[in-house]
Design a protein around this ligand. Structure first.
Ligand code: HEM
Length: 442
């Protein structure tokens, strides 16, 4: 296990991996697992390397626990995330630390509770049905279609927008903003995608200001409406600007990850078609017209297992960064203050200490009878952990299972040349080119 006090006896410096070549960088973007695996063999689970800036990799379930969960005052999320999302998503939860973060998170909590989520699901179901009905038999790229679907759900249930013209406008701006969030170059002058995202942010803010004013005077069940009503025990509320900043961040955090998981579900279930049939059978037994949160875990149990296994194997956010505010030691290594550190849940998701045949797609490993994810409490971390743990986890699990339920109820599918499909892995896992899917109506 780990030790935390700086200056403890006989510490060693963190080894530095060799200078990187373009090939190393390419490997990192396309196959994080291999890029890490050979370095772990050579240096162990703590090493540093320099893709652009020096990063100390701290790998494994114990490291996840130490960095993300046990020592919130030692690590800054804000400093670590600033370069990638600090400007485009300023004011979002990951751009805040300490008491400032706690206060904002407390004010956001009510919009992620069960009652609120039931409202979002109610809004989402007809949209899911409408989109699925319109999907072509031969989808050239299912990732594009699931992105459109998840954005439409967010516009309806988070912003409460119903007018088709307005939906189109929101869709355009939000698509540009979320594209900016995963743009490789985040500099407004040379990065066209990023520049477009900053412009879209400005335009969207112009639409959101009057919307927030309206929701303040006429409360509604959508997320903006509820944030306008949120008040903590000391009487603090979020200002209009804070609501807008938080909403823009939430949309990005929700959209990229959910769309990534849906694309991975199509991929994994194409490789394992017997699970499409298991899910279909389970879905056939669902009689409720509307799926509420309280019914979901029981009626769609296999859906939940499949989603967990997909998130284990295809973790959308493979690296979770922090900056350490003070020096510390961990497993005998001394880390000076102010270093960029990266944990990697995607690494602990494949550790043979915790998972049986980790390369295999085996949803039953999460079943209560086996519960491999409980072998170490921090081996399975697709939603992170500790003070910044994903606030939308509950909603994500529910909406993914409802969407999957609708998909398997309506279709079975194949992915042409599925074994050769490739995924880009950072900053978030997405299909490398296109992910074509052939849908077969049931
Ligand atoms: C499969 C879907 C999702 C995955 C895999 C995921 C993953 C994560 C992870 C790993 C973090 C922690 C980042 C860190 O500690 O640095 C996080 C934070 C966060 N997520 Fe999610 N997320 C998902 C869906 C959602 C959804 C649907 C929402 C909102 C509706 C959401 C909102 C957030 C927010 C606001 C944070 C920041 C929390 C904080 O700083 O306190 N996420 N997410």
């Amino acid at each position: 296990m780990s030790m935390s006090s700086a200056g403890s006896v006989s510490t060693k410096p963190v080894p530095l991996s060799e200078t990187l070549t373009w090939r190393d960088l390419y490997e990192f973007y396309t196959d994080v697992q291999s890029s890490i695996a050979w370095r772990v063999k050579r240096y162990g689970r703590i090493y540093s390397w320099k893709p652009i800036r020096r990063v100390v990799m701290m790998l494994g379930a114990d490291a996840n626990q130490f960095v993300l969960v046990q020592n919130p005052k030692l690590f800054s999320a804000q400093q670590a995330w600033y370069e990638s999302i600090g400007i485009l998503f300023k004011g979002g939860l990951l751009n805040r630390d300490g008491s400032d973060h706690r206060q904002h998170r407390r004010l956001l909590m009510p919009v992620f509770r069960q009652q609120a989520i039931n409202f979002y699901l109610e809004q989402a179901e007809p949209i899911i049905a409408q989109h699925l009905k319109a999907w072509p038999k031969d989808c050239p790229d299912i990732y594009l279609l699931v992105k459109e679907l998840t954005l439409h759900i967010a516009i309806r249930s988070f912003f409460g927008i119903e007018d088709p013209k307005e939906i189109k406008l929101y869709n355009r701006y939000l698509s540009e903003i979320v594209a900016g969030s995963i743009a490789f170059i985040k500099a407004p002058v040379i990065g066209k995608t990023y520049q477009r995202a900053l412009r879209a942010r400005r335009e969207l803010i112009k639409l959101l200001r009057p919307l927030v004013l309206k929701r303040r005077s006429e409360p509604t069940g959508d997320m903006v409406g509820q944030l306008c009503q949120s008040i903590d025990e000391s009487g603090n509320i979020l200002s209009d600007e804070e609501i807008i900043d938080q909403m823009l961040f939430i949309i990005m955090a929700a959209h990229d990850t959910t769309a990534s998981t849906l694309a991975s579900l199509f991929y994994e279930l194409a490789l394992n078609p017997e699970w499409q049939e298991i899910l279909h059978e389970e879905s056939q037994a669902v009689t409720a017209k509307k799926l509420s949160v309280s019914e979901l875990p029981d009626s769609l149990e296999s859906h939940h297992l499949v989603i967990k296994e997909t998130l284990r194997k295809n973790t959308p956010l493979k690296l979770i960064p922090r900056v350490n505010l003070e020096a510390f030691t961990f497993e005998g290594y001394l880390l000076e203050a102010g270093q960029l550190i990266s944990t990697c849940p995607a690494y602990s998701h494949f550790m043979e200490e915790y998972w049986t045949k980790p390369l295999q797609f085996d949803p039953l490993r999460f079943h209560a009878d086996r519960a491999e994810h409980k072998t170490h409490p921090y081996a399975f971390m697709p939603f992170g952990g500790g003070v910044h743990t994903c606030i939308g986890q509950f909603f994500a699990e529910k909406i993914l299972s409802v969407i999957l339920h609708h998909i398997v109820s309506r279709y079975r599918w194949t992915v042409p040349n599925v074994e050769t499909q490739k995924f880009q892995q950072v900053p978030i896992q997405v299909p490398k080119k296109r992910l074509p899917v052939e849908l077969i109506r049931r």
